[in-house]
Unconditional design. Structure first.
Length: 198
């Protein structure tokens, strides 16, 4: 491809792209994003969006449903940085607690906090970290979660993370991203690494 034909092709693409963008509309309300799938990076991607929102001086809240008191780099970072209202309300991995009633109570309390934040009108973005796991184990119902999303303030966008997002929730969301695992060090006998995995 010559320089001239490349330039002509890029000009054509630019025209098409500008036309598409001109036809788009701003819904003037926060969007619902889902990060799901068996691959790593669901929460990491959500925290990348948190950084982006903070860059625009937006108000952000995080409710963690499963991770419990486990120290993570992102929590340590945002504790130092400030600007994020962070609530870790899970009691750890479901296989550690081994008490379904306690897990249900923790998830319900976390969702009550999440609803309070989503409905307040105080937040541009609320991250519901690992909420899909709470729904997978039926600690929360998908109907309950969609009702909470419906009741959110118009300005508030929400990111829901975790494997096995419910189909009804995916249908409701504005954006669904599925992380696909291609290769994982855990399967090669390598334990989770500080700064990469947590």
């Amino acid at each position: 491809m010559t320089d001239q034909s490349h330039k002509e092709k890029m000009q054509e693409r630019q025209t098409e792209q500008r036309k598409k963008v001109a036809e788009l509309q701003d819904p003037e309300m926060g969007l619902v994003l889902i990060h799901t799938g068996a691959g790593k990076g669901k929460s990491s991607s959500a925290f990348g969006v948190v950084l982006r929102a903070l860059g625009w001086k937006q108000r952000v809240g995080v409710v963690q449903f499963i991770k419990g008191k486990w120290k993570t780099g992102e929590r340590l970072f945002f504790d130092r940085l400030g600007g994020v209202d962070w609530h870790t309300m899970g009691e750890g991995f479901t296989w550690d607690t081994q008490d379904k009633e306690r897990d249900i109570a923790a998830a319900q309390a976390a969702f009550a906090k999440a609803r309070e934040m989503m409905e307040s009108g105080d937040y541009d973005l609320v991250v519901l970290d690992e909420i899909n796991i709470a729904m997978r184990y039926e600690y929360l119902s998908v109907e309950q979660v969609i009702a909470g999303l419906e009741a959110r303030d118009k300005r508030t966008g929400v990111i829901l993370t975790g494997r096995d997002a419910k189909p009804e929730l995916c249908e409701y969301a504005d954006l669904v991203t599925e992380m696909t695992e291609v290769k994982h060090p855990f399967k090669a006998g390598i334990k989770a690494q500080k700064g990469v995995d947590f």
